[in-house]
Design a protein around this ligand. Structure first.
Ligand code: HEM
Length: 143
């Protein structure tokens, strides 16, 4: 390669990298999570890891897991600005009376983080999703 070739090549690589992150920033969080297929995979991995969540699993003892899966997918889709309208019960009504503690809330966040890691969700999208979920803390816990 000529002496001029290398800087040109580097500039091209840097430009391509910028274009990539720009596109990601412009897209919705839904898109960055991988759309419908991405969110379904995240929820399926969440359910897989929930089995090992000793702190919170007992609360799901009487839960219809098929319904939970469907509603959780729908909720994450809407929360991430995807093309869905959540049709389940409100967060407050769903979790009222469960006496969910901060430790239990954190354990569910950890289970979700395991799912996000399994699905290779980009770190920026992971953090953006966790931020939106953290904002729901008062509707879900310590009620
Ligand atoms: C921001 C965090 C959370 C979100 C977005 C969320 C979302 C949801 C959704 C969408 C449903 C389905 C509602 C329906 O069937 O209409 C649900 C149900 C449920 N959630 Fe959460 N949840 C969160 C945190 C938690 C935590 C921390 C726990 C326990 C430690 C928990 C325990 C449950 C249980 C046990 C059900 C099933 C209720 C039933 O059997 O009817 N959730 N949640």
């Amino acid at each position: 390669m000529s002496a001029r070739g290398l800087p040109l090549l580097l500039a091209a690589v840097l430009l391509a990298a910028c274009a990539g992150s720009g596109a990601e920033r412009e897209g919705t969080l839904y898109g960055r999570l991988g759309g419908a297929a991405g969110i379904e995979a995240i929820v399926d991995r969440f359910l897989y890891h929930l089995a090992d969540n000793e702190r919170s699993l007992p609360l799901f003892r009487n839960t219809d897991i098929e319904r939970f899966r469907e509603k959780f997918i729908e909720h994450l889709c809407e929360l991430s600005d995807g093309p869905c309208a959540y049709s389940g019960d409100s967060m407050a009504a769903t979790h009222r009376g469960m006496d969910i503690t901060r430790a239990q809330f954190n354990s569910i966040v950890e289970t979700l983080q395991q799912a996000l890691a399994d699905t290779d969700t980009p770190v920026g999208a992971r953090n953006a999703l966790l931020e939106r979920l953290a904002a729901l803390y008062r509707e879900v816990a310590e009620q």
